[in-house]
Write a protein that binds this ligand. Structure first.
Ligand code: HEM
Length: 395
């Protein structure tokens, strides 16, 4: 029997360093019969693919349409929302959608940056008040949504409803029908809540109207629903990645420095956050499909074949950073592909980096942080995170 070559999701979740080293043994680019795609683990080859416009992002929203036909399920909400999520929909509207979402982010950013320090202080204060707490759940997971909802004036009670879980366990990198159906049901509830808020809440209605202008400017149809979908896209997209970025980076700090971090080591976390983020890379893979026959390194790729850039592997490529998985000076110039590269580069990069920076700055000013108990690693559709990490903070 042929060995199953490919990403073992369980290993990637619990033993990512070993899993990345295992994948490297197969070469810089190799065919995965498990994932039915070419896997890339070398940074130079990843760059060649992401900068090549003959490699495009596969249009997942088409898969939603096909799934509707095959299963007879109504996935209308998911299909409509996925049009506003650039990595799910790579059609002719990509540039316009990117423009609208960027404008929303630009509008949000100044106030978000202003509010971040006090939100971080409040979350640390809650951990202190209770003696100890789950950093993943009570800090990293809450931070982005707490700040975002304050910026747009959303009542706390609506935050979780608007932001339904888009993640699910036991997924592979192919589309899973039950995942789509579950997401559809959650989205219907979220959409209804958002509609209610627009009708009842003055701040949100004003925001909704401004989004209408952004749609018109980008030559997209300005409908009541499209405004809501654009707003929901911005609220949903960054949540798991920001939470993953903060909790994985702190988890990695504990891995490198031990279960109790204090003194100079704690103070130094302030400047190490970006490096820890590179080492842990919360988004797992970037996928592309060849529209014409291509060559990546020495490997011929046929038209229609897909490649997966394994982000954590290219971000710890020994050819670029020397010793993989260790903190180095190298990433001051090159922090890898944490946020992708090329025309789909993450538009939330600055916002996410600011959330990470402020969190680590505040944490590095404490007297000590102490991790204890078992850590549970988490995973989403294409993200890694920490589900549970109990921590005590001392001031
Ligand atoms: C640390 C947190 C984050 C990480 C690690 C991350 C990572 C990424 C990566 C790797 C891509 C490229 C996907 C590809 O090329 O196929 C991407 C795209 C994207 N990200 Fe992020 N992201 C983060 C936070 C955010 C936030 C906060 C937002 C918005 C609120 C956001 C919005 C987007 C959007 C809209 C795209 C698609 C861009 C396009 O296709 O043109 N991200 N992100």
């Amino acid at each position: 029997m042929t060995a199953k070559i490919g990403i073992d999701r369980h290993q990637m979740r619990y033993h990512p360093k070993q899993e990345v080293e295992r994948l490297r043994q197969y070469g810089s680019i190799f065919w995965s019969n498990l994932n039915q795609r070419w896997l890339i683990v070398e940074q130079k080859l990843a760059l060649d693919v992401l900068r090549d416009d003959k490699f495009h992002l596969p249009p997942y929203s088409n898969s939603v349409g096909s799934l509707e036909k095959i299963t007879g399920e109504d996935l209308g909400q998911l299909q409509a929302l996925s049009m506003f999520i650039p990595f799910l929909h790579n059609g002719i509207y990509h540039k316009s959608i990117r423009e609208v979402l960027t404008k929303i982010l630009v509008e949000i950013q100044p106030r978000y940056y202003q509010l971040l320090p006090e939100v971080v202080d409040d979350l640390i204060h809650d951990l202190l008040k209770n003696g100890s707490g789950d950093f993943a759940e009570e800090f990293s997971y809450r931070l982005h949504m707490a700040t975002l909802s304050k910026v747009i004036g959303m009542p706390a009670s609506s935050v979780e409803i608007i932001n339904p879980m888009l993640t699910s366990e036991n997924l592979n990198y192919n589309n899973s029908v039950s995942e789509f159906v579950n997401t559809e049901l959650r989205l219907r509830v979220a959409f209804a809540e958002m509609k209610k808020l627009v009708n009842e809440n003055e701040d949100i209605r004003a925001f909704h109207e401004r989004v209408g202008r952004y749609l018109v400017d980008a030559d997209l149809e300005d409908t009541f629903n499209n405004r809501i979908f654009a707003m929901m896209a911005v609220m949903i997209i960054g949540r798991d990645t920001i939470a993953g970025a903060i909790s994985l980076s702190l988890h990695e700090a504990f891995e490198q420095f031990g279960d109790r971090i204090d003194g100079d080591q704690l103070a130094s976390l302030d400047t190490k956050a970006r490096e820890l983020l590179r080492l842990t890379s919360p988004v797992n893979i970037i996928e592309r499909e060849a529209s014409e026959p291509r060559k990546v390194g020495d490997q011929a790729i046929a038209a229609g074949e897909r490649v997966l850039v394994v982000i954590r592997a290219v971000n710890t490529d020994p050819a670029v950073y020397g010793c993989p998985h260790q903190l180095t000076e190298a990433s001051k110039e090159n922090d890898g592909f944490v946020f992708g590269s090329g025309i789909h580069t993450c538009i939330g990069r600055n916002l996410a980096l600011e959330a990470l920076r402020v969190s680590f700055q505040k944490i590095s000013q404490l007297r000590a942080i102490h991790r204890f108990g078992e850590v549970t690693m988490g995973t989403g559709r294409n993200t890694q995170s920490v589900d549970r990490m109990t921590m005590k903070v001392e001031i």
